[in-house]
Design a binder for this molecule. Sequence first.
Ligand SMILES: C[S@@+](CC[C@H](N)C(=O)[O-])C[C@H]1O[C@@H](n2cnc3c(N)ncnc32)[C@H](O)[C@@H]1O
Length: 343
Amino acid sequence: MGIFVGKTLRFIDLFCGIGGFRIAADIACRERQLSAHCVFSSDIDPDAQHAYYSNFGEKPAGDITLIATEDIPDHDILFAGFPCQPFSICGDGKGFDDTRGTLFFDIARILADKKPSAFVLENVKQLRGHNEGKTLARILETLAELGYSTDYKVLNALDFGVPQKRERIFIIGFKKQTNFCWPTGNIAMPPLASILESEVPDFYYASDKIRQNRLDKREGKPTLTEPTIWHENKGGNISALPYSCALRAGASYNYLLVNGERRLTEREMLRLQGFPDSYKIACKYQATRKQAGNSVAVPCVAAVVGAVLDSLLAKTVQPSVVKNAQPQAQANFIFEPSSTYTI
Ligand SMILES: C[S@@+](CC[C@H](N)C(=O)[O-])C[C@H]1O[C@@H](n2cnc3c(N)ncnc32)[C@H](O)[C@@H]1O
């Protein structure tokens, strides 16, 4: 299968954003004495490209829809946290053609041509139920037509050692049938205080009016001694939690307020996603806020990538990220590869 030649994992980082998958792949590889080599990355957003370049020394290629598969190097694993654009896949039985015009189509055409041994896709949890489940079914069917055994699961970053509730669907696939066990996480949530900065400039503080509004909405509720993040839901209700709700790229500025008073700093947002403090903040507040909201919870992705590597290596490894895990359930492969699919 040519995998891990010279103990090196060659991967591509599609819709790479600021490189959450790349850091996760590095962690998972290091835990298995493999080296990780990113052979291609792509993101259309100039700010994300700048952040990626500042941290990894490589400028990602741009719009993936304009990149021919011949221009993408061979690789062992494809990673894609593809955008949760309004899914236009209708699931009316047209197979691969159904996915044309969506960014999933570009993932599928790369898999069809480059045939990596495995892939890991990530998206919002809502993909599971979109269009009464038909969208996900079409995606899985297309992947099976391409010759991949697939499975999917919704995982929550809170179970993987970051104080952020972030539920995301992961879809994994293998070219050859393998045993695959999803990581369960079960890692204790660190206290919110561990990701908060001690000195925060005035810029981050909400106006007196907003702060008073939050206090009014929580009137009569118990006084809190530990740090909390106040989350405003769609109905305008405020909950004060010892963890953050999911960072979101397009949320209002006051959607999450530390102790009901201030916005999260760029470093705090990256910490909530499990990025190391060595990660350079290369863009201004607004761009970094969008990037962090779009990114992934690194420890959660590292656990999934690690589980995929373990399957490919076909050995039982207990990476530190899942060391407290309960016995893991074996995946049920939902769609077996059917025939070889060519475009
Ligand atoms: C959900 S984010 C993925 C973030 C990434 N996983 C990370 O760790 O930062 C989706 C990314 O897809 C990028 N994108 C959207 N359309 C694209 C296209 N046509 N070609 C390449 N990238 C695209 C966006 O700019 C965004 O950064």
